[in-house]
Design a protein around this ligand. Sequence first.
Ligand code: UDP
Length: 499
Amino acid sequence: MAVGTAARRQHIVLIPFLAQGHIIPFLALARRIAQRHPGRFILTVVSTPLNVRGLRSSLHPDAGVLLRELPFRGADHGLPPGAESTDSVPQGLLFKVFQASASLRTEFEGLVAEDIPREDGCPPLCIIADVFMGWTVHVARQLGVFHATFTTCGGLGTAAYFAIWLHLPHLNAASEEDDFGVPGFPETFRLRRSQMSPTLKNAHERDPWVILLREQITFCCSSDAMLCNNAEALEPTGTALLQKNTGVPVFSIGPILPPETISSAGRAAKVLGIAPEACIEWLDAHPPRSVLYVSFGSQNSVSAQQMVQLAAGLEASGRSFIWVIRPPFGFDVKGQFRAEWLPEGFEERARSSGRGLLVRDWAPQLEILAHGSVGAFLSHCGWNSTLESLARGVPLIGWPMAAEQFYNVKMLEEEMGVCVELARGLVQEVEAAEVERVVGMVMGEEKGKEMRRRAVKAAEVIRAATREEGGEKGTSLAALDAFLEAVQQGTPATGNSAA
Ligand code: UDP
């Protein structure tokens, strides 16, 4: 356990993984610390030049957060120019982004050891690193710096993701239909192979993904603390499992969501496919809770077959929708969207009837979810999207694509009752009739009403955890303060129980 000293500058260095779904909550965490404790800490978010440029455009100079660049040599790892985050590469190159991010170690070490300390010559107080940047634990140990990981996923999702990559329990399942247990989880927690991404499904003991992820996960388990972007009361089982299985004190400090005063484009430095005002105006023309929002996060799309069926199902459902569209899987994600990927005349019918709005590549998601006309969110259930939806009391239709999204959907559906799963991944053949049925159910008055009630309850839990009133702190604020106190005092972190 690293300890601090009184002479040490109160400098906290944050390093997210190179993906929008990680960079966005890391910046939001830095802001939250700066806002809660103005002047007490120096907060520096470190990333590669293009990501820092994006962050800079979204950061107010008075935010109390500094940005530093690490030189990035993507070409050394076979990445094309300009590819510094997962949303800027095709799926086939994702592994190279992971490799390239691990190669930042020497530069990061130099920055933390020599560059950042200025006044008293001491290293920073603490490094807060992404789960996929577990290698930073060595830098922290070398310099005697407190090390914490920040998982931008939920407690259950992180615990399941860790356990599955560490133990590959699905290799024991005889067939697609057989369910299997997960080491470290209750026997009743069962999964199927269809809940694994293709990379994971085909993994074996000597697979490069397995070697890389096991290494990062093992590093995380030797960290001094783990910050989790959840509220303990939102998923108590998952949080407890994460702490038990990793042996690391877990602090539920979330949801850490970007402030709504910053537009969705600014948050991720993306070009919006529609102006937020135009989107709001479109939503204003629709009755309360009548619109389905459809989006698969910052980097995913569906297959060509699925896209046609999803479109036909949305049309058949008779519900209004906003759909964030990207070229189908297998085509250039950054390329122009072609009309041939949708049923003939689909966009024109959607536009002329006023029933559907198609947004190219990137939508103002926070603004959309905050609008009272949105009744449900068809989502891949990435953790940020999940939190953003629940914080607004919006129930979900789940279509997990990768990573821990499958386990998020399982928890949201089975434990929380705020989600219905529609499909899994890119290979499942999706039928328009099934889309129509599920959309009708979730937007409807029977099951849909109960799901909305539960989603509104989740929103209340989130509000309570992140509220401070009359000196009473919500659990997530108390956990963040307890974590910072432990870091500053150099005392061992104890996790949620101490908050
Ligand atoms: N996002 C957005 N507009 C879009 C798509 C995504 O603002 O059109 C944001 C979304 O609000 C969320 C993040 O990108 O904060 C996606 O993170 P998530 O964890 O849901 O999924 P990932 O992209 O990591 O798979």
